[in-house]
Structures are given as structure tokens and as C-alpha cells.
Design a protein around this ligand. Structure first.
Ligand code: SF4
Length: 433
């Protein structure tokens, strides 16, 4: 039996491969199915997707769907149905709003899809909406990287640009889930991955890193775990293995303010940690506490970021502007705060409450919420505190002033020395235009 897996990324080309689908692909192949993995990142047209579906002529077409992809996914699902395929839809949209997808599909999978997909293909599922079982992370197969044009992703991969825009890197994960409660993220994450954190074995993570190094010449890994640093004991074992085995790969992680001390940072640096992303979001403690439920003490942010940079770990801080009820003074406070950080990079996005998050739910009835989700460029609600055009102006001003500061000249200069670096810088700038 054959199955096409579809990832319909039509804009914001990045070097991030669709890892979730690559994992499902590996799982299905290990169980004897023939799989095609279609990612439109480098061919963002419906014609491309339709042709790949036609050429492979599978029995099933399974499509990943998040809220940004919804319209494209509907078109693909309708096309596949018109060709007599059985259609399965999974991903965040399927998990949170399965009823929006039932009309176009045969099965909608909520939560993790690996096990549910097998059940569907074996004809064991009678219901249309299926709750996926949590996948056993102890026995993960290595993702089906061979089904993707890895060289295309590697060329665009930008996580290590502050170290070297020409590094050969890609993404992996070592755990699923996060115990924190940020309102713009939860309870969505819990609905997809369950409460708390589940982790892979150190052995399987090291094995996958070696596979990437040996097969694709990868020498840098971004761990896209939601909060890598909540597992202190695991990290110790992991770092020791990396040092003992002299793997000589650099890596990057998501962390949180207040989670790591200097000794831990130095241990991780010695094992190859070079990039750390942290969610700062705001310079206003009121906004952090009352609107985002960030559970961080903003007085620790400067120290943590400076400590990481001193150790040699380049920091990227996430900043969001324009939360519902955030005053103009608080936005200006955030801008001042962000500019004063020792971080090598920031991203400054427009606060975008996504459906089913606590933030979104708290706004219902108080704000008119549109569906124009694009946190680089749009705002899905209006707020009397600040107009959208002024917010956009402040967002661009923050980015301009941050990256033209002498502290960031080195970062910008790294992009100017190669065609690849210039291309990546162009893509990054255009996201906000
Ligand atoms: S720490 Fe990050 S992953 Fe965890 S709830 Fe907050 S935003 Fe989500």
C-alpha cells in the first residue's frame, strides 16, 4: 500500500525540513508501506503538489495542517478526493479544530499521528476523528531524511548564522512537551504532546546526530524541543557522551530565563552548545505576568543573556509587540528593554493569539478576531491603545535599531561575505516588510 505525505508550505521559505512528517514516513516504511514525502517549500505551487500526488498515485494522501495552511490544505484534500484517494489530515489544526476538516477528509487525527496512521492504514479505525496515542519516544526510527532534498534545506538553514551562515546544519528533537503555561502557547502544546515532558534516550539522539553527520555532512544541529533545558540530568549525560565520543558537532536549543547557571552553560558549551533561543517577549513585568503568564523575572534577563554570551553561547531573544491591552508606554518599554540586551539576535513579532490558546480564549467577546494569522506582518485584532500602522512602524524601528547597533555589526557582516549569507539576510528582512 502506498501513501503520500504532504507539507504545504507556500510562503516563508526556510531551511527547516518537515521533521514531523519525516518521522511518520520512517515509521510507516519500517512497517512495510511505500511512502512519498511532498514538501512544497522549494516549489510553492498547487501544480507541483498535484503532480507529485498524481505521479506517486498512492492509496492514501495524508496532509499536515496548521491554521496558516488551512486554505491550501482544503484545496489539496479536495483534489486528492477527486482522484479517488483516501485523505487523512493531522497537525495542530486537526488537533484543535478537527470539525473544520471533516468535510474534506476521511480521517482527522488529533495529537501525535505516528501510531494512529498505522491503525488507519490497517483498516482498524471506524471513527472519522481519531485521537492519536502518544508515540513511544524510546524506540524512534531515524527520520526519513532520504525522502527530502536535504541540500536545499541545508543551504537555507539560518539558525547558526551568527556563528557562520555557511555551516551545514539541520533540525532534530530530543523531547516533546513543556511544563510551562504561557498563554499564547498553552494549552495547545499540551493537547498535542500531553502534559509535561517526554524524552528520547541519549543513545538514540546521538545515533541520529551521527547519521546526519555521516550521510549529509551535517555539523550543526538545532534541537527544536520546546524547552530543552528542563531535563538537567539528561543534559549532563548527553553532554558527557558528546565529549567522550568527540562528535565535534555544534548545537543549539530553546531555553528559558532562570533555568541555567554559569557552570551548566560552560558544561554545555564544552559539549558544543553555541546557540540559545529564549522567550523574553516583553520588557514589562505586568505584561509578562498578567497577559502572557510567562513566569519569568525580567530582572534576570539581562544577566542570563550576558552570561551566555560571555561563555560563548550566542543568544536570540524572542520579542512580541502589541498584546491585547498592552499600552503604548509598555510597548516602548519593551523596545528599550530589547535594545539594551546583550543578545546577538532578536526577533520582533506582532502578538498573535492563535486559536484555542488561553490568550485567544480570553479575548473572545472582547475583541473582533480575524483569521489573518501572520505574526511577522499582521495583527488579528484592533486595540485602542495603539493602531496597527504605528505598531508596525515600531516593530521595524526596533529591528532596525537593534541590528544597526555596533554590537551587531559582526553578525550583519557575516552575511555579507557569501551569496548564501546575502540570500538568507534578504529572506529574513522580507518577512517583516
Ligand atoms: S516556555 Fe515556550 S513552549 Fe513552554 S509554554 Fe511557554 S512558550 Fe510554550
Amino acid at each position: 500500500m502506498k501513501i503520500s505525505l504532504v507539507f504545504a508550505r507556500m510562503k516563508y521559505k526556510t531551511g527547516d525540513p518537515p521533521g514531523g512528517l519525516a518521522l511518520i514516513a520512517a515509521h510507516l516504511r519500517n512497517n512495510g508501506y511505500s511512502v512519498d514525502l511532498i514538501d512544497s517549500t522549494f516549489h510553492p505551487t498547487m501544480d507541483y503538489i498535484r503532480k507529485r500526488i498524481d505521479d506517486f498515485d498512492a492509496d492514501y494522501v495524508a496532509i499536515y495542517c496548521d491554521s496558516l495552511m488551512l486554505n491550501d490544505v482544503k484545496k489539496i484534500a479536495k483534489y486528492a478526493k477527486s482522484k479517488g484517494k483516501k485523505v487523512i489530515i493531522g497537525g495542530p489544526q486537526a488537533t484543535l479544530r478537527p470539525e473544520t476538516l471533516t468535510e474534506f477528509s476521511d480521517f482527522v487525527v488529533k495529537g501525535e499521528a505516528e501510531s494512529a496512521m498505522l491503525d488507519i492504514l490497517k483498516g482498524k479505525c471506524k471513527e472519522k476523528i481519531i485521537q492519536g496515542e502518544r508515540f513511544d519516544l524510546e524506540n524512534l526510527p531515524i527520520m526519513a531524511y532520504d525522502l527530502l532534498d536535504m541540500e536545499d534545506y541545508i543551504k537555507l538553514w539560518h539558525v547558526f548564522d551568527s556563528i557562520d551562515p555557511n555551516v551545514r546544519g539541520t533540525n532534530m528533537f530530543s523531547s516533546r512537551g513543556c511544563p510551562f503555561r504561557c498563554t499564547f502557547c498553552q494549552p495547545v502544546l499540551e493537547k498535542i504532546f500531553g502534559k509535561g515532558v517526554r524524552t528520547r534516550s541519549v543513545d538514540s539522539v546521538i545515533e541520529e546526530m551521527k547519521h546526519l553527520k555521516n550521510h549529509f555532512g551535517i555539523n550543526a544541529i538545532w534541537f527544536n524541543d520546546d524547552t530543552f533545558t528542563v531535563r538537567k540530568e539528561w543534559i549532563k549525560v548527553f553532554c558527557k557522551r558528546l565529549v567522550d565520543e568527540e562528535l565535534e558537532m555544534q548545537w543549539g536549543i530553546n531555553s528559558r530565563i532562570g533555568l541555567l547557571n554559569e557552570e551548566e552553560m560552560r558544561m554545555m558549551y564544552a559539549a558544543g552548545l553555541r546557540i540559545m533561543h529564549v522567550g523574553v517577549e516583553t520588557g514589562s513585568q505586568r505584561v509578562a505576568d498578567e497577559i502572557y503568564h510567562k513566569d519569568i523575572d525580567l530582572s534576570k534577563v539581562h544577566g542570563d543573556v550576558a552570561m551566555a554570551e560571555k561563555v560563548g553561547i550566542r543568544c536570540l531573544c524572542y520579542i512580541m509587540l502589541g498584546a491585547p491591552g498592552e499600552t503604548k508606554e509598555e510597548i516602548l518599554q519593551t523596545i528599550k528593554f530589547a535594545k539594551s540586551l546583550d543578545a546577538t539576535e532578536i526577533t520582533a513579532t506582532i502578538t498573535t493569539p492563535l486559536p484555542e490558546t488561553h490568550l485567544y480564549e480570553s479575548m473572545k467577546g472582547k475583541y473582533k478576531l480575524t483569521e489573518n494569522y501572520d505574526y511577522y506582518k499582521n495583527r488579528i485584532f484592533e486595540d485602542e491603545n495603539i493602531s496597527f500602522s504605528e505598531l508596525k512602524f515600531l516593530q521595524k524601528r526596533l529591528l532596525f535599531e537593534f541590528y544597526t547597533h555596533p554590537k551587531r555589526w559582526g553578525y550583519v557582516a557575516k552575511h555579507l561575505t557569501s551569496v548564501q549569507g546575502l540570500h538568507k539576510m534578504y529572506l529574513k528582512v522580507m518577512r517583516f516588510m
